[in-house]
Design a protein around this ligand. Structure first.
Ligand code: 4H3
Length: 247
């Protein structure tokens, strides 16, 4: 999968996306992230990338021309059209379902805005979709772009190791993850739940499923309301309720 990012701060992508799992995936050729400096495409003698808004008001608006030319420099070599995303608080809110939907594209170009935003004509001309990572405003689209690249990348087969594969984790099937423990057995007076030391894999699986369901019910009633509980799930929750009542 290919990600091209249009930004006035290309250097911040190297460290974040060059480290850890995403960095390893890039080395392995599973994905490639390239940050392009919009400033390189400015026609202005001062390499300007922004100007004051028509109609007046505070702040600056990013110029259409350098963004458009940066875009053309990427697509002119291609015989297909990459999917173009503008990171924006006005976009569709990102969740795991949207991540998976976007992961079908083999090539995504992302535009990171600054200041008061970008000239509307760029959005009309080349943007396929606006995506927001949440209902808050940031000073630039770079952090959202990195969030989106990370979230999409870890759904690509081979990016995560088999052990922590993408298949059984929070939000994948609408429930939160169960609690995890590692050594030592006792930490500041709290022991690891006995079931996890029992070696009984079927019971451990049931216990984890129950913890996931209870956690989701407690912390994310909105997600819990959307769940379709299996008969097995209902049995686990019923048994747990009876156990609690008996205590
Ligand atoms: C995305 C971008 C929040 C998000 C962003 C988000 C700066 C967009 C500029 C940039 C515009 C003005 N803030 N929630 N900020 O995903 O280009 O908003």
């Amino acid at each position: 999968m290919i990600f091209d990012v249009l930004t006035i701060f290309p250097e911040i992508f190297d460290t974040v996306l060059g480290s850890s799992i995403i960095g390893r995936a890039q080395d392995a050729g599973l994905l490639k992230v390239t940050a392009h400096n919009i400033r390189d495409f400015s026609m202005d003698k001062h390499k300007k990338t922004d100007d004051s808004p028509y109609g007046g008001g505070n702040g600056l608006v990013m110029l259409a021309q350098p963004i458009y030319d940066a875009y053309i420099s990427i697509v002119e070599k291609l015989e297909y059209k990459p999917y173009f995303i503008y990171m924006s608080p006005q976009g569709k809110r990102l969740d795991q379902q949207l991540v998976e939907q976007l992961a079908v594209h083999k090539h995504i170009i992302m535009l990171c805005g600054h200041y008061e935003g970008v000239d509307e004509r760029i959005l009309e001309e080349i943007v396929d979709e606006e995506v927001s990572i949440g209902d808050y405003v940031l000073t630039g689209g770079e952090l959202p772009a990195m969030v989106l690249i990370d979230a999409i990348s870890r759904t690509i087969p081979g990016v995560l190791s088999n052990e922590d594969s993408y298949s059984d984790e929070s939000h994948k099937d609408g429930v939160l993850e169960y609690p995890q423990y590692t050594r030592p057995y006792e930490f500041r007076g709290t022991k690891v739940p006995d079931i996890l030391l029992s070696g009984h894999h079927a019971n451990i699986k049931k216990w984890r499923r129950l913890q996931s369901l209870k956690r989701t019910r407690e912390r994310r009633p909105d997600l819990y309301g959307q769940l379709v509980l299996s008969n097995e799930d209902k049995k686990l929750l019923d048994k747990d309720r009876n156990d609690v009542l008996r205590e």
